[in-house]
Design a protein around this ligand. Structure first.
Ligand SMILES: C[S@@+](CC[C@H](N)C(=O)[O-])C[C@H]1O[C@@H](n2cnc3c(N)ncnc32)[C@H](O)[C@@H]1O
Ligand code: SF4
Length: 413
């Protein structure tokens, strides 16, 4: 792995990183930054994200210092497959930053502000950058929200999950519906005009009518964006070990369909499997993943994807203690992998076909560096089964393909 510490912080005359032209994929792809916060008040029984119960005091300054060291390390990194030496890598302005977790809202506005300042000192920000922070009801109050807004966060994602008290209890959440609504109201009062609510359906013992009523409550709050996930039993979770009584597949399908219809009636267009937005309010950060853009990933367990003569994926150590000790050096990287060309059609499809609008073949070529012909065998098979719809130069999943997305993706393996 190539690491040139001397290149830390190199700037051009504008104070941004040096740009250079005509160098393969690097610099031509939109760039995002993901920052992971690995602590929660307590672990929810269904959750397999990299989150750990914060026992005792959380040393937010130590973690922010580690994130800044990690960012410096990442910026000095050139993918091993790259033909480009690190100082000449052209990094486009950041289109988005996503502070995800875990529970980032366990951190103060001051800590988030210091982190965003450090990022701004090292990277150009697009003029219309989207900066999202995940906030859990019951962990942040009006004061926190005002501080996040002042620090530059301009989008909040609130983990509501359900507005039904009994469901929240079954899900092991630390909050009731009142705290969720209070968090939403505080965020509005703090000046947030771009809010996502995370909601789940197919909850323990839930009926389709209950799911619809729950969703309607969330819609009535009027967020700009709703993520509507089917609760899944993930390996190595408490729910996997002691499964609650979940609705059967047919009931879950009914909930998904009626949820989609209800959201449509209220002005939320589905643009991805689980994502619904008011016009112009799609999540830019997630869209960049699905469109196979590049992203830097810092923080415990964070994943990143960078292009340049090949596509390299890297993941940081998941455990906060290991990460804190190693951040800023190669030792913080647990896994690094150049994606073989043969796997790129599947990797690309796995992301791009989640989007209702699908993708243009030209985008496939730009994002993978492969010719569109590499997709043709898979497209031929999917076409024959009615799993895709095509327009000249563009492909998307058909209604059948969306209902059987895994079957569609298998055609790209
Ligand atoms: C990374 S989590 C963090 C959000 C935040 N910590 C919270 O819980 O409020 C993002 C979202 O993933 C969803 N999620 C987590 N585990 C899930 C599961 N097993 N099945 C479906 N959705 C899940 C939840 O809606 C959650 O809000
Ligand atoms: S609060 Fe969110 S990230 Fe933390 S354990 Fe619960 S669902 Fe997972």
């Amino acid at each position: 792995m190539m690491l040139r510490e001397a290149d830390f912080g190199r700037r051009d005359a504008r104070g941004g990183r040096r740009l250079e032209a005509g160098s393969g994929l690097v610099g031509e792809l939109p760039l995002s930054l993901y920052i992971h916060f690995p602590w929660c008040v307590r672990k929810c029984p269904y959750c397999d994200f990299n989150s750990h119960a914060a026992r005792g005091e959380l040393d937010e300054d130590a973690y922010v210092d580690a994130l800044i060291r990690d960012l410096d390390y990442e910026l000095a990194f050139s993918p091993p497959a790259s033909r480009l030496p690190p100082p000449d890598i052209r990094l486009p302005p950041l289109a988005s930053i996503f502070c995800g977790g875990g529970t980032p809202s366990l951190f103060s506005g001051r800590a988030i502000g210091r982190l965003l300042e450090a990022a701004a000192a090292r990277l150009d920000f697009a003029a219309d950058i989207e900066i999202t922070l995940e906030a859990n009801p019951g962990t942040a109050d009006a004061g926190n929200f005002r501080e996040y807004r002042a620090a530059g966060v301009n989008r909040l994602s609130i983990g509501v999950q359900s507005l039904d008290a009994a469901q929240l209890q079954r899900l092991g959440r630390i909050h009731g519906p009142e705290e969720a609504v209070a968090a939403y109201d505080s965020a509005r009062r703090a000046g947030f005009d771009n809010i996502n609510l995370d909601l789940m359906f197919a909850l323990p013992q839930q009926t389709p009518a209950q799911a619809e009523a729950d969703l309607l409550e969330a819609v009535r709050l009027g967020p700009e964006h709703l993520s509507y996930y089917q609760l899944t039993l993930e390996p190595n979770t408490e729910f996997a070990a002691h499964p609650p009584a979940l609705p059967d597949d047919e009931a879950a399908w009914t909930m998904q369909q009626s949820g989609q219809a209800l959201l449509g009636q209220h002005g939320y267009a589905q643009y991805e499997v689980s994502a619904y937005a008011r016009p112009g309010r799609e999540c830019r950060h997630n869209r960049n993943y699905w469109e196979f853009g590049d992203y830097l990933g810092i923080g415990a367990g964070a994943h990143g994807k960078r292009s340049g003569g090949g596509i390299v994926r890297r993941a940081r150590h998941k455990h906060p203690r290991t990460y804190l000790q190693a951040a800023g050096s190669a030792a913080a990287v647990q896994e690094e992998r150049r994606v073989p060309d043969a796997e790129l059609p599947f990797e690309f499809a796995m992301n791009a076909l989640r989007l209702n609008r699908g993708f243009e073949l030209a985008r496939f070529e730009q994002r993978t560096g492969l010719g569109a012909a590499a997709l043709e065998p898979a497209l031929r098979r999917a076409r024959a089964k009615g799993l895709i719809e095509e327009e000249p130069g563009a492909v998307r999943a058909s209604a059948l393909g969306r209902a059987h997305l895994n079957a569609l993706l298998r055609e790209f393996l």
